[in-house]
Design a protein around this ligand. Structure first.
Ligand code: AMP
Ligand code: FES
Ligand code: ZN
Length: 306
């Protein structure tokens, strides 16, 4: 049996990449300390910032909201109701977000896609012939930003973890999608109507975040989104886990060394497409009409939901 390196109690986790075993009392302390260090190292949050956490009801974003509260950051939550009725997915995930809001005594804002655009995500996706996940991603990014701008939030925090980011990066590297790679970073600074975006959990694997959320006694939605058949990203995560198994620490160095050495060069070299206000809604976009307004246009003749 492994023992906690800090207090010699029975360990609940051994992190090979850090050669560190910790018990159920010490692990959350290590986790919070590491989160704080990530926030400081990457200059994610300044004292005057007003932070909005995008909470989906899953383990990552609920864990993030809780961790930020424990660290003394007065962050509010934003839940985007995607209107996914299969398996009661949206209703269930919303109720987990509401439970944590109550426990923290903090505000959870709720924005409904059906109310904002007349139709839920599955209908918007179908009408515009996009994959649900791609339509969903565009709608979420749009609503996070619009809500933050309209309500004076200066930072949007999401629960992306190392597994998410390394898998996305691997996909982009395999195709050498340099424009995507140039924009993949733990901090995307504010610019031209886009609010600053941060990912304070990039230092943790999916399992490490899950353990923190469970030890913090936060119930979360375990079921995957019924549309999330993003087989490629699951496959890349599995591949990276197998590499990590053979050579602990690889996942982090793959991600971090890219961030340290290559991302800044790429960002400078690629330049960024200029942003301008969308002709329809005024939100920043690189095209004349933004992706969300284009999707909305496909559903113009449909009967709005009540
Ligand atoms: P995903 O793209 O589903 O892996 O989610 C990545 C991050 O986006 C989560 O950790 C949340 O911070 C945020 N997020 C995803 N879905 C929602 C939602 N419906 N409402 C608010 N935030 C969300
Ligand atoms: Fe967006 Fe599943 S969460 S399509
Ligand atoms: Zn628009």
């Amino acid at each position: 049996m492994k023992r906690c390196l800090w207090c010699r109690q029975k360990a609940v986790i051994y992190m090979r990449e850090h050669r560190l075993a910790l018990c159920k009392n010490c692990y959350p302390k290590w986790f919070l300390r590491t989160t704080e260090r990530t926030i400081k190292d990457w200059k994610m949050i300044a004292p005057e910032d007003k932070v909005l956490v995008a909470v989906s009801g899953g383990k990552d974003s609920l864990g993030l909201w809780f961790a930020l509260a424990q660290l003394g950051y007065a962050a509010d939550g934003l839940y985007v109701d995607l209107g996914i009725s299969a398996d009661d997915y949206s209703e269930k995930s919303k109720s987990y977000a509401q439970q944590l809001a109550e426990r923290l005594g903090r505000t959870l804002h709720i924005v409904s896609v059906s109310e904002a655009f007349g139709q839920p995500v599955p209908t918007l996706a179908k009408a515009s012939r996009r994959e649900p996940c791609s339509a969903c991603g565009a709608v979420k990014r749009y609503l996070f930003n619009r809500f933050a701008v309209e309500n004076g939030y200066t930072v949007i925090a999401t629960g992306h973890n190392l597994d998410d980011e390394a898998a996305t990066m691997l996909g982009n590297v395999l195709r050498w999608q340099l424009d995507y790679l140039a924009r993949q970073a733990p901090v995307l600074p504010a610019k031209d109507g886009l609010v600053k975006r941060i990912k304070p959990f990039i230092r943790f694997t999916e399992k490490q975040v899950a353990l923190f959320t469970i030890l913090s006694r936060i119930p979360y939605i375990e079921q995957e989104c019924p549309y999330s058949v993003d087989a490629a990203s699951l496959f890349y995560k599995d591949l990276l886990n197998r590499i990590e198994e053979r050579s602990p620490g690889t996942k982090w160095s793959f991600y971090a060394q890219f961030q340290k050495h290559l991302q800044p060069l790429l960002a400078e070299r690629m330049g960024e497409p200029p942003l301008r206000p969308c002709r329809e809604c005024g939100m920043p976009t690189t095209t004349e009409v933004c992706a969300v307004c284009r999707m909305k246009a496909y559903t113009r003749d449909m009967v709005p939901l009540d």
